[in-house]
Design a protein around this ligand. Structure first.
Ligand code: UDX
Length: 405
């Protein structure tokens, strides 16, 4: 099929590359012409495992452009532009701009909203612009996005059956369950899912808080035991310094605001957010308990991205921890396999800085950090993501392990 994708961020780029690889002709559009130039020259500005290779492999039927006219003749256009929050409320300006630009050059295409939008948005756009709108929310995890696009747990499609079926056809190759429903349900499924994931994480983090006070308790084992129950499941029960990224913090916030406008208070999601906000204080407390006063200490922080396998630092708890430690007067140096941001002191290799540090804190769950286990470390190691084996360290403390009062 001839397919357009608007907004070549991480969701748009992955969607475009995977659909091109399935044999579709893709026009990938972004209004940022510098970004387009980079995609065209093969210098892919997004770090996502496998993405660059997939784009280069499908060069022939994957065209990057900043020119809306190129979307003439496309049958389906995916909109994957950002929907940032403004004062806690979703801002739909980019979506509206994209729709009116499409409207001016192609009135026949089915417009598929991939961007996260509050329930009712798709139908409102349909009425205002008189265009065919289908909602098809994304559930991609950064770092796993290609796999998640090829084999999603489910595909959710909201809209009139005639158009929804056409979009369903695009995703048929996934062999995943496809749920066709109303636009509103589809839009809600996205918010409810992300809010549930955030709640699950905050739930286990509160159990972790308890474990820290109970002799012989360890949240890792508690989570494992809970996870065997099929009604609960083992995923997203990893205690740590909290969730971050471009979705969970933003979506929970926008969802609460949206509910408030409907006269509803979603108490559980509010609580999940509050618990998440306390995570940095918690890890600092564990550090102080293990190492003593933080001011003046030389600390190696492992990881700055919001999770493993990405260079994304949006709403990163690791980044928040970095600033909190600096504020406490610590001398922090960071090791991260890919993420480099200005103003932060990095060390090139872990070994290179081992001689000049007093303690280590793990802030991101990069599997590479397991290497610390083989370094015969004598200094305190504080595990904010519970990825290390405590037995491999002389002085270990971690989230969700008993350490006293
Ligand atoms: C998320 C959703 O998973 C995805 O479905 C949605 O469409 C976009 O948002 P992503 O932002 O890539 O994906 O990150 P995710 O893998 O969900 O992790 C979010 C955060 O939660 C990370 O900071 C991670 O460190 C943290 N996390 C995750 C935990 O602390 N514990 C867990 O058990 C899982």
């Amino acid at each position: 099929m001839n397919i357009g994708v608007i907004g070549i961020g991480f969701v748009g780029a992955v969607t475009a590359a995977v659909l091109a690889d399935q044999g579709n002709s893709i026009i990938a559009l972004d209004i940022d012409s510098d970004k387009i130039a980079r995609f065209n020259s093969g210098d892919i500005p997004i770090f996502e495992p496998g993405l660059k290779e997939l784009i280069l492999k499908n060069k022939k039927n994957l065209k990057f452009t900043a020119d809306y006219k190129m979307l003439r003749g496309t049958e389906i256009i995916f909109v994957a532009v950002p929907t940032p929050n403004l004062n806690g409320k979703i801002n739909l300006d980019y979506v509206y701009r994209a729709i009116s630009s499409i409207k001016s050059i192609n009135n026949d295409a089915i417009i598929v909203i991939k961007s996260t939008v509050i329930p009712g948005t798709g139908s409102k756009i349909k009425d205002e612009f008189n265009v065919n709108i289908v909602s098809n929310p994304e559930f991609l995890r950064e770092g796993n996005a290609i796999e998640d696009t090829l084999h999603p747990d489910r595909v959710i499609i909201g809209g009139e059956e005639e158009y929804a079926e056409k979009v369903a056809n695009v995703w048929k190759f996934t062999n995943s369950p496809i749920l066709i429903t109303t636009r509103e349900n589809a839009e809600l499924i996205k918010y409810a899912s992300n809010s549930f994931l955030a709640t699950k994480i905050s739930f286990i983090n509160e159990i972790a808080n308890l474990c820290e006070k109970i002799p012989n308790a360890d949240v890792e084992t508690v989570a494992k035991g809970m996870g065997y129950d099929r009604r609960i499941g083992p995923l997203f029960l990893k205690a740590g310094i909290g969730y971050g990224g471009s979705c969970l913090p933003k979506d929970t916030e926008a969802f609460i605001k949206y509910a408030e406008e409907l006269g509803e208070e979603i108490k559980i999601i509010k609580a999940a957010r509050n618990v998440n906000e306390e995570r940095i204080e918690r890890i600092i407390k564990i550090m102080e308990n293990k190492i003593g006063k933080i001011g003046g200490l030389r600390i190696l922080q492992m990881g700055i991205s919001f999770k493993e396998n990405t260079n994304d630092v949006r709403e990163s708890q690791a980044l928040k921890l970095y600033y909190a430690l600096i504020k406490k007067g610590a001398n922090v140096i960071v090791f991260d396999p890919v993420s480099k941001i200005e103003g932060i002191r990095y060390c090139e290799s872990i070994k290179a800085c081992l001689n000049s540090i007093d303690a280590i804190v793990v802030a991101t769950e990069w599997p590479e950090f397991k290497i610390l286990e083989d370094m015969d470390l004598k200094i305190p190691v504080i595990d904010g993501r519970r990825i290390l084996n405590p037995e491999k360290f002389e002085k270990y403390a971690g989230i969700g392990r008993h350490y006293g009062d």
